[in-house]
Design a protein around this ligand. Structure first.
Ligand code: HAM
Length: 421
């Protein structure tokens, strides 16, 4: 026997019926994002490494430890994208979109991070993300949070909780940072090794370390919300006002800091109260008003989020009745194979989702029916006697009901139907 191969650690195959559940989620999300004025951007999975070191920040875990980075044949350093925001801003600048005023874009696709795999955390994972560029006020911050709330409602995800924070800006964050570092130096001995390193390098990240001892140690840490300048405070108050206006419940959590350096002002996460375990952030994002400039563009504000498709899929209830992927499966008696093959083309041309077993050697009618029961909601039965009268039988596999139809009047979902008496 030849050698078999396994999928790489942290990577997954998404097969039916899971892939079909993903399609439903993606379709719903696309429709909703478009209803909010977002248009699609399709971006490459490979970028120059520097885009991420500059965009996300050299000292972040994502850049320092988690990127899939390699040299191409000409020795250029490339990385598989660990997220979509930096790529989208690059594309936005390259296409000169800033000239046309505010822009709302969405994207989807695989991202890559060399993390320790566990439930809801993979090395290749899928994100659905949106970015709004050129909107400075808090209305759009609330709008994208409301959009996620509506998506969860439509998908019947019940336990998603919105947490918001403000991280301040270039004006007010330095004073907070200074206070925080002074506090953290005092409790350094109580922190895990990673957090100890971060005290000087990236002190805000210490606040969201998942280690219990770190969480206990930072309980008395100064809150960023006490240090906001007047503009940041009024932005945060505006956000809360819009969320209230749009009936979207939220909790203020001054511990949300996010793992990417580009954020300022608004930061938020939708957390699953149960069902996801430790990796409970379904979607997360925030405002990144300095990023476009950092990547060589004009001073354009931005905000967005990304949601993790694997995590969302774990929370979406499975459809109650098992929904088959086909409308019809055609079964036939031995002499009717050509009639079945012809009918396949006619129905497929009309837009029906239909299949049949035409492979050799032929299967018995019973065996064909078994195949059909696994994949379709209804069977079309072609028998010699009926076919001479130009009739076929449709058997509904959910109700068990059986009816004769004229061969050329087979009803197709979404098209006007003529039901026979
Ligand atoms: P992020 O928090 O790194 O933000 O990722 C967003 C979401 O992607 C997470 O909340 C989670 O659902 C999912 N996710 C992240 N890592 C993994 C993983 N290893 N396995 C499975 N799911 C994962 C960003 O990526 C930002 N670009 C979001 C953003 C857009 N901010 C502004 N605009």
């Amino acid at each position: 026997m030849s050698k078999r191969y396994s999928v790489i650690k942290g990577f997954r195959d998404i097969l039916p019926p899971e892939s079909e559940q993903w399609q439903r989620i993606e379709e719903q999300a696309r429709r909703l994002f478009q209803a909010f004025g977002f248009r699609e951007a399709r971006l490459p999975v490979l970028e120059s490494t520097e885009l991420f070191t500059r965009g996300i920040g050299e000292t972040t875990d994502i850049v320092a430890k988690e990127m899939y980075t390699f040299s191409d044949r000409k020795g250029r350093s490339l990385s598989l994208r660990p997220e979509g925001t930096a790529s989208l801003v690059r594309a936005y600048l390259e296409a000169n979109l800033a000239q046309g005023g505010p822009v709302k874009l969405f994207y989807s696709g695989p991202m890559f991070r060399y993390e320790r795999p566990q439930k809801g955390r993979y090395r290749q994972f899928y994100q659905l993300g949106v970015e709004a560029l050129g909107y400075a006020g808090p209305a759009v911050d609330a709008e994208i949070m409301v959009m996620l709330r509506l998506l969860f409602e439509q998908l019947e995800v019940k336990n998603a909780v919105l947490e918001i924070n403000s991280l301040g800006c270039r004006e007010c964050r330095p004073a907070y940072r200074e206070k925080l570092v002074a506090f953290l130096r005092g409790i350094k001995g109580e922190l895990c090794e990673d957090s100890q390193r971060r005290v000087e390098e990236n002190p805000l990240r210490v606040l969201d370390c998942k280690e219990e001892k770190c969480q206990a140690a930072v309980r008395q840490a100064p809150s960023v919300l006490d240090f906001l300048c007047a503009d940041c405070r009024s932005h945060f108050d505006g956000l809360k006002k819009y969320l209230e206006l749009w009936e979207t419940p939220y909790r203020v959590n001054p511990r949300i800091v996010r793992g990417l350096d580009y954020y300022m002002r608004t930061a938020f996460e939708y957390l699953a109260e149960d069902g996801l375990g430790a990796q409970n952030a379904i979607a997360a994002g925030g405002r990144y008003d300095g990023l476009v400039e950092e990547l060589g563009g004009p001073n354009v504000p931005g905000i967005g989020f990304a949601l993790g498709l694997e995590r969302l899929a774990l929370l979406v209830p499975q459809e109650k009745e098992i929904k088959a992927s086909l409308d019809y499966f055609i079964v036939y008696t031995p002499t009717m194979q050509a009639a079945a093959a012809k009918m396949l083309l006619v129905l497929r041309r009309r837009g029906a989702r239909v299949d049949s077993y035409l492979d050799a050697p032929p299967k018995s009618l019973r065996a064909q029916m078994k195949l059909g029961e696994k994949s379709a909601n209804q069977l079309i039965i072609i028998g010699e006697e009926e076919y001479q009268r130009k009739m076929i039988i449709i058997k509904n596999l959910i109700t068990g009901a059986q009816m004769e139809y004229k061969e050329n009047e087979i009803p197709i979902a979404g098209q006007p139907q003529k039901v026979m008496a």
